[in-house]
Ligand binder design. Structure first.
Ligand SMILES: *Cc1c(COP(=O)(O)O)cnc(C)c1O
Length: 384
């Protein structure tokens, strides 16, 4: 079945009790049993919920995997993956990943004795150099947030396979419509479903997708034992969001390309970070492993100061100043003071994330209106 059909039909079965075409929101904590231990496969809603089950089935199908698991947030999904490990185990991860992932690794799991190596993952050799007998997991994110670096998923998968290490890819920025890490050799795909999967900025949720049954069973055991499960209403919202994922990502990508080119040609702009440019260092890999380049763009102004950046950030009308991304509406963000403030400044600067970097989540509005909004805000900022 083609992708655009899967988005509409994945996980959707008419409700057995009424024939309702949309999966109902099963707002229940428990299920009545006919006799002790005799039930319809549902015992307690932390362990099983039909709305969540429909979503988990849909997640697996659209990510080209066998099994899906939904969590109460993206970081709860990441948390579950790290709980596969034990003290002394080592993880190789990127030095410019999502700030909340860095916080979870460095502030929570490090104190339980898990060792994290932060490397520039655009170079596979940096990953190979960190592998030792304690390495259990490679945690990748591509494109990265917010510098739009690309890492080679196939190359990482080869390193992982050769050394008996798991590879988990945070696929939030690309979404399943633009990139499917399992088909490129990853063992687990992680999503913040809060972003493109839901697509409407109205839910917090996370997801894991995998092919291996034993790995699925282990992660399911963590999901139910630790309890970071999403509520049925949130599952319903993500199921609804998935139906338009294909056409939304097409439009995000079209608008993203137009805006990236507009910014690149603008005399007041110093640098634009977008993997669709032929001179982006990861362009060839992005072109190979992604279907399109999406709606995430970062940029810096010429002669940039924190004041000019601040002025720009408060001068847009259509782009709302907010954290998060992946909704139908356009957002503008200042990573150094917002999404990535939890990373120490020296670390940020060392990894190329300047105090003046601006990140856009380009929505699905009319591209000309978005460009006019940015043009006006850049003008106001550079005129002081
Ligand atoms: C938002 C985000 C997360 C965390 O997800 P939450 O749903 O906010 O918990 C992880 N990775 C990336 C790339 C994100 O953008």
């Amino acid at each position: 079945m083609k992708k655009s059909t899967q988005y509409i039909h994945a996980g959707a079965h008419p409700d057995p009790s009424t024939g309702a075409i949309m999966t109902p929101i099963y707002q229940t904590s428990t299920y009545v049993q006919e006799a002790p231990g005799v039930n319809k496969g549902f015992e307690y809603a932390r362990s099983q919920n039909p709305t969540r089950q429909a979503l988990e089935e849909a997640l697996a199908i659209i990510e080209d995997g066998k099994y899906g698991l939904a969590f109460s947030s993206g970081v709860a999904a990441t948390d579950a993956v790290i709980k596969l490990l034990k003290p002394g185990d080592e993880v190789i991860c990127a030095n410019d990943m999502y700030g909340g992932t860095y916080r979870l690794f460095s502030k929570i799991f490090q104190k339980f004795g898990i060792v994290f190596h932060y490397v520039d993952m655009t170079e596979l050799n940096n990953v190979v150099a960190c592998v030792n007998t304690h390495t259990k997991l490679i945690w990748a994110e591509t494109p990265t947030n917010p510098l739009m670096n690309i890492c080679d998923i196939r190359g990482l998968a080869t390193i992982a396979k050769n050394n008996g290490i798991l590879l988990c890819v945070d696929n939030t920025f690309a979404s399943p419509a633009l990139q499917n890490p399992l088909t490129l050799g990853a063992d687990i795909v992680m999503h913040s479903a809060t972003k493109y999967l839901s697509g409407h900025s109205d839910v917090i949720q996370g997801a894991l997708i995998m092919n291996d049954k034993a790995l699925r069973d282990e992660l399911y055991f963590i999901q139910k034992s630790c309890g970071a499960v999403p509520g049925p209403m949130d599952c319903f919202l993500v199921l609804r969001g998935i139906k338009t994922l294909g056409i939304r990502m097409e439009r995000h990508s079209q608008n993203g390309a137009k805006i990236a080119h507009f910014l690149k040609a603008h005399p007041a702009i110093q640098k634009v970070y977008w993997p669709g440019f032929a001179d982006h260092p990861g362009h060839a890999i992005a072109k190979d492993q992604m279907k399109d380049f999406g709606g995430m763009i970062s940029f810096e102004l010429k002669n940039d100061t924190i004041e000019t950046a601040r002025k720009l950030l408060s001068s847009t009308h259509l782009f709302s100043l907010a954290e998060s991304l992946g909704g139908v509406e356009s957002l503008i963000n200042h990573p150094a003071s917002m999404t990535h403030a939890s990373i120490p400044r020296e670390e940020r600067i060392k990894n190329g994330l300047s105090d003046t970097l601006i990140r856009l989540s380009v929505g699905i509005e009319d591209a000309d209106d978005l460009i006019a909004d940015l043009d006006h805000a850049i003008q106001s900022a550079v005129q002081g």
